[in-house]
Design a protein. Structure first.
Length: 585
């Protein structure tokens, strides 16, 4: 399946989104900016005071005359430091607040992306956005934004101060501007597409790593380690090459800035020399002007260098906004089914993951309230697709899925995630207000309380990443306990026993019976022993329903299900009691 990367927002849309995020916090932005203006203005008193001291020394004034300017310098330093700290803290608070809102919106939207869209893009693309891109934007918010704000203010107010000292010094200083502007324009032109390509290459690298590590057992089984290592190397090298191009671009950027600094400072010093010799200004005034321009080295370089961080952050931000702006998937049809006895009514259901390659062909199926229905068939028959469409994970390409009034659907697959945290917190994801007694009751119903009580800290034991490792059977029992706590009227189980061995499957089959008691259930059966206990069995082949009926009736009929059952029981190891081999896929 070809990769279709998740969208990236345009520069105009990215700017508009930033303004939307900032709008509710205008007061904080104005306060931070105002304090920074004041702090910067106070700091610019340093150069005239130093120039005054130079004039006092040049005129051989008494030593006592230097006391007052020195005292003023100390006061300026203290006040400027305090005001700058306050201003930077306000701007940092603004950045963190906006960043938190951005994260919330991104995660909220990413969780609602259509699964087929994520699958087409590859998990690496979404992973790179939620990790590297978020980190890049966060770093810019925490460091680049406050420093950029301060640097821009210093540049603007220093230019104004130069004009106040003498307009001719301002003209001399402005000679550096064309070189700096050209450098910035050249850098932005080359950096924007480069950083965008870096983000894409990083996503491709992560995708290959995830696929290789996730399928490590398969890779080893087929002895294709070298091939996959080569793919990882190729994509990693692509990311390295783009990074090195970025480093070379930055080095050229710095070298051009140094030329602009030399031209500007030389012009100011020459102007000062000529004006002092002509008696137009004092040595102290020329000194103050030179110090003003020299003081611009840091802020100008910082502001222009932060273009590097800004471009990188802008590329990351555009990728985040591209996900946030994705439209909500069409709402699932909320019509009441034809009769009160029906929980689910599927009519003319069609679906395709790729254009021109349909997976389902006009499925019609009704499931009664409280009925247990099993879906069986060979791999690729469309069982999981039908289950996901009914669960609302995918949006059908055609047809409809209708539910009874107030029906809710929950789905459990063979890939269950255990979140990092206590076992109790993991269970409460399904019902946050559940009491410990309710948690224990849910675990009891799925035969999990015995092992849960043997954990080091009972329900308080940390599980998931970095915590106590649960077996595949225990993980599914946790998922079934969540199902009991969530208490949906309709449950969809997609091969929930597939990851367990035979002994674990027997435990899970019993737990499933308890978890779906009193509910409407659709079970994608990995083992035909599950299908044998349901009210109806739906046999699928090539995206179509080819048989429907009770297990006993289907076994007595010459058809696909009878063949599956005969094959399954024939493969069964009869000398091992209760052994349940999987249905052939």
């Amino acid at each position: 399946m070809s990769r279709e990367l998740l969208p990236t927002a345009t520069p105009a849309r990215t700017r508009a989104a930033v303004l939307e995020l900032l709008r509710p916090h205008r007061a904080l932005a104005i306060a931070g900016f105002s304090v920074m203006v004041g702090a910067t203005a106070i700091g610019l008193l340093t150069q005239p005071l130093l120039g005054h001291i130079v004039d006092l020394v040049d005129s051989r004034s008494a030593l006592d005359a230097l006391t007052l300017p020195v005292v003023f310098l100390v006061i300026v330093a203290v006040v400027q430091g305090g005001a700058t700290g306050l201003g930077l803290s306000l701007i940092a608070r603004l950045g963190e607040t906006v960043l938190a809102r951005l994260r919330e919106r991104f995660v909220g939207r990413a969780l609602r992306l259509p699964l087929e869209q994520v699958e087409k893009a590859g998990s690496g693309d979404l992973t790179a956005r939620v990790t590297a891109d978020v980190s890049q934007v966060a770093e810019a918010m925490r460091t680049a934004l406050p420093e950029l704000a301060r640097s821009v203010l210093v540049i603007i107010l220093t230019m104004f101060a130069l004009a106040v000292v003498d307009w001719r010094f301002l003209l001399a200083a402005l000679l550096a501007v064309p070189f700096q502007a050209h450098t910035a324009r050249w850098y932005v032109r080359d950096a924007v597409p480069l950083y965008a390509r870096q983000r894409i290459a990083g996503g491709a690298q992560q995708q290959q790593l995830l696929e290789t590590i996730g399928g490590a057992s398969t890779v080893r089984a087929f002895r294709i380690e070298d091939e996959h290592a080569g793919r990882v190397t190729e994509r990693s090298q692509r990311a390295v090459d783009l990074t090195m191009r970025g480093v070379w671009l930055v080095l050229r950027f710095y070298s051009r800035l140094h030329v602009a600094e030399y031209i500007g400072l030389a012009a100011v010093l020459i102007a000062g020399f000529l004006m002092v010799r002509g008696g137009l200004v004092s040595i102290g005034t020329a000194t103050a002007a030179a110090l003003y321009f020299h003081g611009l080295f840091g802020p100008v370089n910082t502001a222009l260098v932060l273009i590097d961080d800004a471009q990188s952050a802008a590329a990351s931000l555009a990728r985040l906004i591209g996900v946030i702006d994705q439209p909500e998937p069409p709402a699932r049809t909320a019509e009441v089914t034809a009769t009160p006895e029906e929980a689910v009514a599927v009519a003319g259901l069609r679906h395709a993951y790729e254009e021109g390659r349909p997976v389902l062909h006009g499925i019609d199926l009704t499931i009664g309230r409280g009925e247990r229905v099993a879906l069986v068939g060979a791999s690729g028959a469309g069982k999981t697709t039908l289950a996901r469409l009914i669960a609302g994970v995918h949006v059908p390409a055609g047809g409809s899925v209708r539910f009874g009034a107030s029906e809710r659907v929950a789905m459990i697959t063979q890939d269950v995630h255990v979140f990092a945290g206590s076992l109790a917190d993991d269970l409460r994801l399904a019902r946050p207000e559940a009491t410990d007694a309710e948690l224990r009751e849910a675990l009891t119903r799925v035969d999990a309380l015995t092992w849960a009580d043997t954990l080091p800290d009972g329900l308080g034991t940390i599980v998931g990443e970095g915590g106590h490792r649960l077996t595949a059977t225990q993980v599914q029992q946790v998922a079934l306990a969540r199902l009991i706590l969530a208490d949906p009227p309709i449950a969809v189980l997609d091969e929930a026993t597939a990851e367990a061995g035979s002994a674990g499957a027997r435990v899970l089959e019993k737990a499933i019976d308890q978890a779906i008691a009193g509910r409407t259930a659709l079970i994608v059966a990995h083992r035909l022993s599950q299908a044998a206990t349901t009210d109806r069995v739906v046999v699928m082949d090539d995206g179509r329903i080819v048989q429907i009926g009770h297990h006993t009736a289907l076994c007595a009929t010459d058809g696909p299900y009878a063949t599956l059952w005969t094959t399954w029981t024939g493969l069964r190891v009869t000398d091992i009691p209760d052994s349940n081999p999987p249905v052939p896929e």
